[in-house]
Design a protein around this ligand. Structure first.
Ligand SMILES: [Cu+2]
Length: 153
């Protein structure tokens, strides 16, 4: 009588390796790289916060740059900010710390169309609670922060 135990265990081992490699490649990696599944009110909040880029903001003596300097939004309600450039020169809204939102990418107008021309707007939706300091790249004296807070409603 021939003993098949060795051959069967080799086949079982090969099958187990193939299954776990397939799981890793086709189930684990796609799930790990997937964007978070967020509620619609976080992706498209109803009441965006408005920030004006003040006239004369390119001058350090102007006193007003991003108005308000500290913009507050609530996640799921107003976690989107719209900057309107009311100045006669172009400006940027650029993260101080390289923040990248999981859905909307780099918090930097330069990565979404470039410098904001006079009269134009820039929108960014923050999909998680946090503090997001930023500045204007050509005019580093222009500084602001967005604070997105929890919704306790
Ligand atoms: Cu500027």
């Amino acid at each position: 009588m021939v003993n098949h135990a060795g051959g069967i265990s080799v086949i079982a081992f090969v099958v187990a390796v193939a299954v776990s490699m397939g799981y890793y490649q086709f189930v684990f990696i796609p799930e790990a790289n997937a964007k978070p599944n967020l509620p619609e009110e976080v992706l498209n909040p109803a009441e965006p916060v408005k920030v004006n880029i003040a006239e004369g903001a390119s001058l350090p003596t102007n006193g007003q740059f991003f108005v308000p300097k500290e913009a507050r939004g609530t996640i799921g309600v107003s976690n989107e900010v719209t900057w309107t450039n009311t100045d006669v020169t172009g400006h940027t809204v650029t993260t101080d710390n390289g923040y990248v939102d999981k859905i909307n990418g780099d918090f930097d107008s330069l990565k979404h169309g470039g410098i904001i021309p006079p009269g134009k707007t820039f929108d960014f939706t923050f999909t998680e609670v946090g503090e997001y300091p930023y500045h204007c790249e050509p005019h580093p004296h222009m500084q602001g922060v967005v604070k997105i807070v929890e919704n306790f409603a």
